[in-house]
Design a protein around this ligand. Sequence first.
Ligand code: 5GP
Ligand code: ZN
Length: 117
Amino acid sequence: MAGEPQDDCLFCKIVAGTIPATIVRETDTTVAFRDINPQAPTHVLVIPKAHHRDAAALAAAAPELAADVLRETQAVADQEKLESYRTVFNTGSGAGQTVWHAHAHVLGGRGLEWPPG
Ligand code: 5GP
Ligand code: ZN
């Protein structure tokens, strides 16, 4: 069911603490941790603690929680002292989504091309 922890979900395991992660921020509803394969000097993932398969499902089922995630991307940028940064939600495998628990990438600390590749 939407929102319930999923036994086979990597990010639900990070929320539960059964898989380690370098956590940089935590709120009642969200966790932010460093990406294991960073694509920039700062590469942090912000996730809702509740399981939703992607950003679209999160926004549809729990818009206030989606807003919490967005607010946390700014909080991460502030904490990491990023003047400019990029927030990315990959939605669907064609866009590069590999983990099916909604997450925002926060990327910064280097120049970022636009449009992206
Ligand atoms: P996606 O490709 O789904 O948008 O992003 C998933 C991200 O999760 C990737 O950037 C990948 O490096 C990261 N990732 C995958 N497994 C782990 C893990 O076990 N720990 C952490 N911290 N990040 C992970
Ligand atoms: Zn999950």
